[in-house]
Design a protein around this ligand. Structure first.
Ligand code: SMG
Ligand code: MG
Length: 369
């Protein structure tokens, strides 16, 4: 398949509620949608970035620049036999994993459509439905958080992740536990603590959390290993695992016992699958993280989560949890058993609703061979 043309779109989609973490507040999703054309087909991918360099260094501007000026010219006009072939074409660019994800994912969708296979099938997925959870940002008050958890429980989510930061941590977790003694619960700090907070982290041990996600610095593995030795609760790594090499180092050091795999953070589905394979061989559970993706990125995440090692519920929630109206049809939904169906049609398996995508597009550019 020759990649004939690549379109890059900067998309803006308002969130139904602001999403607040230890590093900032997001009210509108700013993301990059990539379309790869070949043989009369269009493959879709998403570079799940955001407006500022808070979760990681990339932004909508860096993704735009790196995709338009470097990655798309490296791939356009080239022949690919399988989606993995896009990876070496882009290897000369260091980092910029979200941008690479957008383009590689578009190639997966394109080839899936051409070969009549769903992305789940192409990746080696084994599940028809995947267990999903919900990630709940920092709220204005404790009652607001408790209400939100209660509302999501009514929808059936199988796991609740609350965001913590200094001043919104042990007491909040305690109150959530008092109100919901049995819910599968976890906390994500997005790197808001240091090893000096070890006693505070140890206090969290009493609440039977499934895991504490990324408590320490985004680029640290050594302190996480020390903290993990001092905790009963498993540490889950997110920001600290941007690549297969980092995953190997983390497992060698014992920096955590669970890995959150986000295909955008690690540079695409091929790298995400390689980290899954490594963790599975070492019996380290993984789950699929999220970046508030539109239905395009979500479709790729759901396909990834159908691999056998994704044994824990992912941050893959229904379209309605994020957007008034998603840009794909059908939107993603969950059933009361807390699962989401893995699309089975070729490629991403859902239809991009072009008028909605166009309405959300701020600017677009085309790279031709
Ligand atoms: O996609 O539902 C989602 C959000 C999941 O909490 C989530 N992601 O650190 O894991 C994380 C955060 C990063 C989000 S940055 C906006
Ligand atoms: Mg996280």
């Amino acid at each position: 398949m020759r990649i004939e043309q690549i379109e890059i779109r900067h998309v803006r989609l308002p969130l139904v509620q602001p999403f607040v973490t230890s590093f900032g507040r997001e009210e509108v999703r700013q993301t990059i949608v990539v379309a790869a054309r070949g043989e009369g087909l269009i493959g879709w991918g998403e570079a799940p970035t955001s407006s500022g360099p808070w979760y990681e260094y990339e932004t909508v501007e860096t993704c735009w620049h790196v995709l338009r000026d470097f990655l798309a010219p490296m791939v356009v006009g080239r022949d690919v036999a399988g989606p993995e072939d896009a990876v070496p074409l882009m290897a000369r660019v260091r980092g910029h994993h979200m941008a690479k994800m957008g383009l590689e994912a578009a190639v997966w969708d394109l080839l899936g459509q051409a070969q009549g296979q769903s992305i789940s099938q192409m990746l080696g997925g084994v599940r028809e439905r995947v267990p999903v959870g919900v990630s709940i940002g920092i709220q204005e008050s404790l009652p607001a958080l408790l209400d939100r958890i209660a509302a999501y429980r009514a929808e059936g989510y199988g796991r609740y992740k609350i965001k913590i930061r200094p001043g919104w941590d042990v007491d909040v977790v305690r109150r959530v536990r008092e109100r919901f003694p049995d819910v599968p619960l976890m906390a994500d700090a997005n790197s808001a603590y240091t090893l000096a907070d070890r006693p505070l982290m140890q206090e969290l041990d009493e609440f039977d959390l499934l895991m504490i996600e990324q408590p320490l610095a985004y680029d640290d593995l050594v302190d996480h290993a020390e903290l993990q030795r001092a905790l009963r609760t498993p540490i889950c790594l997110d920001e600290s695992v941007p690549s297969l090499a980092a995953a190997r180092a983390a497992l060698a050091l014992g920096s955590g016992r669970i890995v959150n795999i986000k295909p955008g953070r690690v540079g695409g589905p091929t790298a995400a699958r390689a980290i899954h394979d490594l963790c599975r061989a070492r019996r380290v559970p993984v789950w699929c993280g999220g970046r508030l993706e539109t239905g395009i990125g979500r479709a790729h995440n759901v396909a990834l989560a159908s691999l056998p090692g994704f044994t824990l519920p992912g941050d893959i929630s229904a379209s309605a949890r994020y957007f008034e109206q998603d840009i794909v049809d059908p939107p993603f939904t969950i059933t009361p058993d807390g699962t989401m169906a893995v699309p089975t049609a070729p490629g991403i398996g859902v239809t991009v609703v072009l008028p909605r995508l166009y309405a959300a597009t701020v600017r677009q550019t085309v790279v031709k061979s």
